[in-house]
Each structure stands twice: as C-alpha cells, then as structure tokens.
Design a protein around this ligand. Structure first.
Ligand code: ACO
Length: 437
C-alpha cells in the first residue's frame, strides 16, 4: 500500500494536495505550501490552548483520556502506585526502565547525598513575609538555585544534566519543608539520611524537639503514592512550560521554577487548594443543590472536576479515593469527605456534567487527604510540585536528546490594524477613552 496521505483541495485555487500522514498526524509545516497567492505566507493551523496539536514526540507517559488509562513508560499507574516507591518511579521516568534492587539502592543513596541545600537558601527564605504563599517561595528559591549551581548552564553534557536532575529531585522536598517551616516561624530541620525520601520530607516538616522523628508508616505510604500519582502527566501546562523555557537553552532550575509557576495556577496544580476553598464555601449538604445550580448557570466551576484529556474518571482520582480511608484511620475523618462524595454523586448523575463528560480529576480528593494530614491548603500545590519535579526533568532530558528540538515559538493569527498613519500627540485628543486600548 502507498504511504498514507490526507487529500486536501483548496476551493480558493482549485489545487489539490497530498499531505503525508504519520502516526495519525500531519505535519503543520506541510500545510505551508497551500497558498492563494504565491506571495502569501501559507496556511497554518489555528489551535488556541493547543487542544489538538502535538508539540513533540514522547516516550514517557501514555494517557487514553476516553478510557481513563495512565501509564508511565508503559506500566499502569495502578500497579506502580501499589508496588513502587516514588524514587523508584523517578528512576523509571528518567531512565526509561525500572531499576534493579542494587540500582535502586544506589539511586536512593545518591538522592540522600543531595538533599541538603546551600545555607544561603535559608537567607532567601528569611526574606519572605511570614504569610508568603509557599508556592511563591518555591518558585523563587528554585530559580535562585540557578545562581548557586552555575555548572547547570552546561546543558549539552548528559552527565551534567543527570547531576542537575538528581539535585532538583533531592532538594525539592527540602526547599518545600523550609517554606512550610518559615510560614510557621519554626527552625529549619536538616534532612535525616536514615529515612526514606518521603519519610525524610515528613521529618523536615514536622519534627519538633524529639531527637529522632518517627514517621507514621501509613501516612508515609499515602504521601509517597500521592507523589507517584503526580509524577508525570505528559504535555500538561507546566510540563509544556518546562519544555518551552528550556527550548531557549535556559538551565533546569529556571525551567523548573517556570514550570512550578504554571502549576501554581488554580486551573492546574492550584485546583486542589481551590477545591478546599470551594468545600469550605459550600459548608453543608443542604447547600450543594444551590451550588450545582450556580455551576450549571456558568457562575462558577466545580473545582476538581473536568480535564482537558480525561473524558472519563481520572484513574489517579480513583486511587486517591481508595487511600483516603486508610489515611482517615490514622488522622480521623475529614468531614469534608462526605461533602465531596455527595458533590460527586450529584454531579455524576446530572445531565450538565454527563453531557460535557466532566468527572473528578486528581485534585478532587487529594486536598481532603492533605488537609487530614495537617497541611494547610496553601501547601497542596507544593506537594504536587514535589511529585511533578521528576516529570518536568524527564521531559527536559527527552527534549535535550530530541533531534527535532527547536526553540518553542508558536505563530499567531494577526487580526489587528493594517498599517496606519502615525498620529502626533497633540492630534490625539477627542478620541473616546473607551476606544483606546
Ligand atoms: N465545572 C463546570 N463546568 C465545567 C468545568 C467545571 N469544573 N470544567 C469544564 N466545564 C464546562 C465548560 O464550562 C464548558 O462548557 P460549555 O461547553 O458549555 O462552554 C465545557 O465544560 C468544556 O470546558 P473547557 O473549559 O472548554 O475545557 P478545558 O479542556 O479547556 O478545561 C479544565 C479543562 C481547565 C481542567 C476545566 O475542566 C476546569 O476548569 N476544571 C476545574 C479546575 C480543575 O479542577 N483543574 C485541575 C485539572 S487537573 C490538573 O491540572 C492537575
């Protein structure tokens, strides 16, 4: 059979085109030859929000949004969450294969070696007000690491990139814990190498005067699973930001800082914080119908619902819902869980949500668990960022090795004025203020 093509005919010129199809995709540049006039630029696609544009090829994460499937490097998320540790999944995402036991031991040891941060980081932290949002502190502090690790500029060296990846994965929990302790006015706690990645994070967050922090095993496992569930999600807003920033050859600290900045937004990683705010506002079961009515009338959104890719139950939300009860056994029940379950029940039976295929996403239940563990809503996105750091870095690594790598630079469809005669300042009077931009 001939190579598959998409046959296009342009009614403006009567010309026909055979556009090659590969992996059910056509190359946008193949459309450029389609012109009405030889002088014109050529055809482009218009895709606000990139809803149907593949910006890269990738071999890291597979999602089937219709079926609710998520796999890292081919392995189902359910199996990884049940069996692996977060550091094991980090290795898988970065290196493409699950580690052997000795590889994992070495990897964990390497991570432990890099958990300390430069003492200057404490000074950066001290500069923030006590009520600064921890995501703001993290975005800024990670960017500041770029000034401490100037070798990170050597992005062409794979060995060097591996070192920066290790540093970022290792230091992210330390920076996050510093931000948390700063908000509470508590002294910073140094990493404890006897503990696992997630246990040590708990130690840096919650250790008080005791000589050795004893993490609760159930909470440590739950938090570790949450990190795994958040570790990667292909070309989401923050990962695309990471790729965009590093496409200009910026170092990975600047890239991760920018990606974390995108994650901070309430339509992305900030949604779990917004879910809690929403549940607080609703307050009680009787108020749910009125809230749903407001959502359907377009006055507000049901936060934690809907997803650009999943048009089915987000598999991560399913796993999180499952671990909620284990966490509540330790912490006591978060009363918001009943409210959330009722919201979900009503929404899933309602035509508005059914028609638009809106289901709970990863953020719907995660915040309730985090709150039960004692985190304030401001910390939720921080926890997301710790888990997602490896995803950003795996995409950076893949991008750096991509022979088709180019600086990210989308086109625009210019619909503004054509050339106008310049108006001198004295002659501009008389134009209505409302007509001005
Ligand atoms: N509540 C109510 N209506 C919704 C919601 C929601 N949460 N999400 C989408 N819709 C409606 C839209 O109003 C729109 O309706 P219309 O066709 O009548 O205009 C339709 O569903 C399609 O929505 P879009 O906004 O076009 O979908 P998009 O793919 O652009 O947005 C997004 C996806 C941003 C996640 C959206 O569903 C949303 O805002 N959800 C709430 C925020 C949230 O939970 N974000 C976390 C996402 S997961 C993550 O980032 C980790």
């Amino acid at each position: 059979m001939d190579d598959p093509t998409l046959k296009l005919s342009d009614s403006r010129t009567g010309k026909s085109f055979d556009i090659p199809i590969s992996n059910s995709t056509v190359r946008a540049m193949d459309l450029r030859q389609i012109k009405e006039d030889p002088e014109e630029f050529g055809m482009m696609t218009y895709d606000p929000g990139y809803t149907n544009t593949a910006s890269c090829t990738s071999r890291i994460t597979y999602i089937d949004g219709d079926k609710g499937i998520l796999r890292y490097r081919g392995y189902p998320i359910e199996k990884l969450a049940e069996t692996c540790t977060h550091t094991e999944v980090c290795y898988l995402l970065l290196y493409g294969e699950l580690p052997t036991q000795s590889e994992l031991n070495n990897w964990d040891l390497e991570i432990k070696r890099h958990t300390m941060v430069h003492e200057n980081v404490k000074k950066f932290m001290d500069g923030f007000l006590y009520d600064a949002h921890p995501m703001g502190m993290i975005v800024s502090t990670v960017a500041a690491l770029s000034t401490l690790y100037r070798d990170a500029k050597n992005i062409q060296s794979r060995t060097n990139r591996r070192l920066q990846q290790l540093r970022l994965i290792s230091k992210m929990p330390t920076i996050a814990a510093y931000a948390y302790r700063h908000s509470l006015g508590l002294p910073y706690v140094y990493p404890d190498p006897d503990l696992s990645y997630t246990e040590n994070f708990m130690n840096m967050l919650w250790r008080r005067a005791e000589p050795k922090f004893q993490p609760n095993a159930v909470l440590a496992k739950a938090l570790d699973v949450l990190f795994i569930l958040h570790a990667d999600h292909e070309q989401n807003c923050s990962t695309s930001t990471m790729r965009t920033i590093t496409s200009a050859n910026a170092d990975p600290y600047i890239g991760v800082s920018g990606a974390a900045g995108a994650l901070y937004g309430p339509l992305h990683g900030g949604a779990n914080e917004a879910v809690l705010t929403m549940l607080d506002e609703i307050g009680s079961m009787e108020k749910i119908p009125n809230f749903i009515k407001e959502v359907k009338e377009g006055e507000r959104r049901l936060m934690g619902f809907g997803h650009r890719v999943y048009k089915n139950y987000d598999p991560r939300a399913q796993i999180i819902k499952g671990i909620a009860d284990q966490v509540f056994e330790v912490t006591g029940k978060n009363p918001k869980i009943e409210l959330a379950r009722e919201l979900e029940r009503i929404a899933l039976e309602d035509d508005y949500f059914i028609k638009r295929r809106l289901y709970p996403n990863v953020d719907f239940y995660s915040g309730i668990i985090y709150e039960a563990m004692g985190f304030s809503p401001e910390m939720f996105t921080v926890l997301f960022a710790i888990g997602r750091t490896v995803g950003w870095l795996a995409h950076w690594e893949e991008f750096m090795e991509d022979p088709e790598r180019r600086i990210a630079r989308p086109r625009q469809l210019y619909l503004g004025s054509s050339e106008r005669d310049f108006v001198e300042i004295d002659a501009r009077l008389g134009k209505m203020q409302s007509e001005r931009p």
